[in-house]
Unconditional design. Structure first.
Length: 447
């Protein structure tokens, strides 16, 4: 159910008018971390110290950065050459294990963790970037990650080891990130580029990134218990042959911010590069930005495919878009070949709850796609997708993410032991795993 009123307007006016640089000053005596080319070294950071990262700081090849639970790492505010970010280079490793009671926090230098920075303030610093040795689908076999200057040799990712291990990320909150380094080149909240499946990533929050929440370029890394909120571009963006798995994914887009909930693209050089982008997603709760905006729920393009099951999508204007390219491979061909499907999902307040228009095919102007649209549109019911109210409430100032509707019938069974068996659709059932350790929870956006 959607409950919007004058309260929403007043709430947004108050919040947006408060988006200013904070007067908070980082506690006296912070350990300022700069990178002169030598990286961080093999070192441990702990909550007993105050850390301030200035500029682009790398964990170099062969180095290991350990971050203890409860550690707060702040980043100098700035854009362009003054941007700050933490990058784990190919061959480097990060061991960052927070806990539910003591998460690791990555935030702006002016954040006192007590309201000095508005929750929706974006672009104050860069983000966290992990670069690995797994496969991507570019002809060169490697590439230079976006958001890092092209002249920086440590910004390269890609290789041949899909079981590569870049470390552990657990119970980490990444806040107010996504600064621009120039010419529209922004850093995502969390970037995973060619990261292998021996890397552990779970219980991650990305909130108020001015670019994508999480973007993944190739690789095979798996993600569980992920919260993405209030980001300026796509919540999730998959490219360059990503073949990982995701489960328990919560996305909340702001009422006037954000693009697609999920964007799935294949190759770029060549477009038909292999391996194809084929994420497998179970148990997502995806809340869009509202009916008034013209954004897509999911867009598949450039041969991108994937499987999405047992998830809940609500409150987005447009539905699922699949690209057809005449005389060539395309995302639509992935659907025909069984490599693109959406099964057992719940949709609510999307495309006017019209089953004939929620799954659509797009193509170049003048291409007759009527027969392809009919086939893909029929996939909605044939694959067990339904329109139903899951009982997730969207208010002017909070989101009740625990469902009150029927979310436990006609589940698609998991066939991979990496996934947890569940008795429900969506990221939550009776327990909110984002409670307490996320800024989303601490700021009262989830009850």
């Amino acid at each position: 159910m959607i409950k919007r009123s004058l309260g929403l307007i007043l709430f947004l006016i108050i919040v947006l008018s408060s988006c200013r640089k904070s007067d908070y000053i980082t506690p006296a005596g912070p350990e300022v971390i700069r990178d002169n080319g030598g990286g961080t070294g093999t070192v441990t950071w702990s909550q007993e110290n105050n850390y301030l990262i200035e500029g682009l700081v790398f964990v170099n090849d062969g180095q290991e950065l350990t971050i203890k639970k409860g550690t707060v790492i702040r980043f100098k505010t700035g854009q362009g050459s003054a941007a700050s970010a933490l990058i784990v280079a190919r061959g480097g490793k990060i061991i960052a294990e927070g806990t539910e009671s003591e998460p690791i926090i990555l935030t702006a230098e002016t954040d006192d963790l007590n309201g000095s920075v508005p929750v929706d303030a974006t672009g104050l610093w860069g983000g966290l970037i992990i670069l690995g040795n797994a496969r991507i689908n570019l002809a060169a076999g490697e590439s230079h990650v976006e958001g890092i200057p092209i002249y920086e040799p440590r910004g390269v990712f890609g290789g041949y080891d899909d079981e590569d291990n870049s470390g552990i990320l657990r119970h980490i909150s990444i806040r107010h990130c996504g600064t621009n380094i120039g010419e529209g080149n922004e850093i995502n909240g969390l970037t995973l580029a060619a990261v292998g499946n021996n890397t552990l990533v779970d219980h991650i929050e990305v909130i108020s990134s001015s670019d994508d929440g999480i973007e993944i370029f190739g690789g095979t890394v798996g993600l569980k218990y992920i919260s993405i909120a209030f980001c300026g571009d796509d919540a999730l963006d998959f490219d360059l042959g990503f073949r990982g798995k995701l489960q328990f994914i919560s996305v909340i887009q702001y009422f006037s911010r954000g693009d697609k909930i999920i964007e799935i693209d294949g190759g770029s050089d060549p477009v038909a590069g292999k391996p194809y982008t084929e994420p497998v997603i179970f148990n997502g709760t995806f809340i869009g930005r509202g009916q008034a905006d013209q954004e897509r729920t999911i867009a598949f393009g450039r041969n991108g495919g994937g499987v999405i099951c047992n998830s809940i999508f609500l409150n987005q204007r447009h539905g699922i878009e699949v690209e057809y390219v005449e005389g060539a491979e395309s995302s639509y061909q992935q659907f025909v070949n069984g490599r693109l499907s959406l099964k057992g999902n719940i949709f609510h307040q999307i495309e006017g709850n019209n089953p004939d228009s929620i799954f659509t095919v797009t193509a170049a102007e003048g291409t007759d796609i009527s027969q392809y649209h009919l086939l893909f549109s029929a996939h909605f019911a044939a694959a067990g997708n339904v329109f139903s109210d899951p009982g997730i409430e969207i208010h002017s100032d909070f989101f009740d993410v625990l469902p009150a509707g029927n979310v436990y019938e006609n589940l698609v069974p998991v066939s991979d032991p990496w996934f947890d068996e569940t008795s429900f659709k969506g990221a939550f059932y009776t327990y909110s795993w984002i409670e307490g350790w996320t800024l989303l929870s601490q700021a009262g956006f989830v009850p």
